[in-house]
Design a protein. Structure first.
Length: 289
């Protein structure tokens, strides 16, 4: 169907909303990233000095490395766990409605409550999880003083909180796989593993790519969990890029540097997203193109 002027007119309010709320602020942040600015002072043009300062700042590269590691662990842990749980549900579980409510419950809790809950459970002296680990002879997580333990706890609570999103996408995709395909595979003598590899996995691959795309973009903006748990400490060793941006803007009042950090995050998000967008388009819209 060929687009007509009325079609563009009908979608113009949504496009205008995107321009006002996303495109224009992005341009302003890009302009600000080329200036030295602070609260109550006039912006002074400095060119790409803020980007050069980012490139020379070891704390930025530490935050970048932490972000890349955390995001990849979170995204693929959620994918594997979400796919496993979705396969269990698709295969049939007792009390499916109750089990579904239990799996989806974390997504109904706000991020602040989640962090406070996990922080309480892993309190070094009296936390229930720390006491359980001690009873099992396992060293507890010293997340307040050990950067590796702090990043580990951030990953655990982020995966627990956002796992329902990935699970829902994959479970819906599994429900949409035609039963005839599995019956044909069974007739051909394929076992459960081969049927999964050659029937189920290709059928839900578009949903997997969409889940990866959304979770990469959302996880890259991770802020609440590290900020409320460690605030980037100790010694800024658990900072992620969103925390680095927040500190640059509201603790050190370097608005130009914060704007440059925001654009760096945007470009890195695009670099991650473009391959997935191409793969999604190739698999989902190849017939229409």
């Amino acid at each position: 169907m060929r687009a007509r002027p009325i079609h563009y007119l009908l979608i113009s309010p949504a496009q205008l909303l995107l321009v006002v709320t996303i495109f224009v602020p992005s341009l302003w942040v890009g302009w600000l990233s080329l200036h030295e600015a602070s609260f109550g002072t006039e912006a002074r043009y400095v060119g790409f000095a803020n980007y050069a300062k980012l490139a020379a700042d070891p704390y930025f590269w530490r935050a970048f490395l932490n972000t890349v590691v955390i995001v990849n662990v979170i995204v693929y842990a959620e994918l594997l766990l979400g796919l496993g749980i979705a396969l269990l549900f698709a295969g049939g579980l007792p009390f499916p409605r109750l089990m579904l409510a239990i799996v989806l419950a974390p997504y109904a809790i706000s991020e602040v409550v989640v962090v406070i809950m996990w922080k309480t459970m892993f309190e070094p002296q009296v936390g229930v999880m720390q006491l359980l680990l001690a009873a099992l002879g396992i060293p507890g997580l010293e997340w307040a003083v050990n950067p590796v333990h702090g990043l580990t706890l951030i990953v655990l609570l982020a995966v627990w909180h956002h796992l329902p999103f990935t699970f829902l996408l994959l479970y819906a995709a599994l429900l949409g796989v035609p039963k005839e395909l599995h019956e044909a595979a069974k007739v051909d003598g394929a076992g459960a593993w081969r049927a999964f590899l050659h029937v189920t996995l290709p059928s839900i691959m578009p949903a997997i790519l969409v889940a990866l795309l959304f979770r990469y973009v959302f996880a890259f903006r991770l802020f609440s969990e590290p900020w409320l748990l460690t605030q980037g400490g100790p010694a800024r060793m658990t900072e992620v890029m969103a925390v680095y941006l927040y500190k640059a803007a509201f603790r050190y009042h370097e608005l130009g540097l914060a704007a440059a950090t925001g654009w760096a995050m945007l470009l890195l998000s695009l670099a991650i997203s473009v391959p997935y967008l191409r793969a999604v388009r190739r698999r989902m819209f190849a017939d229409a193109s």
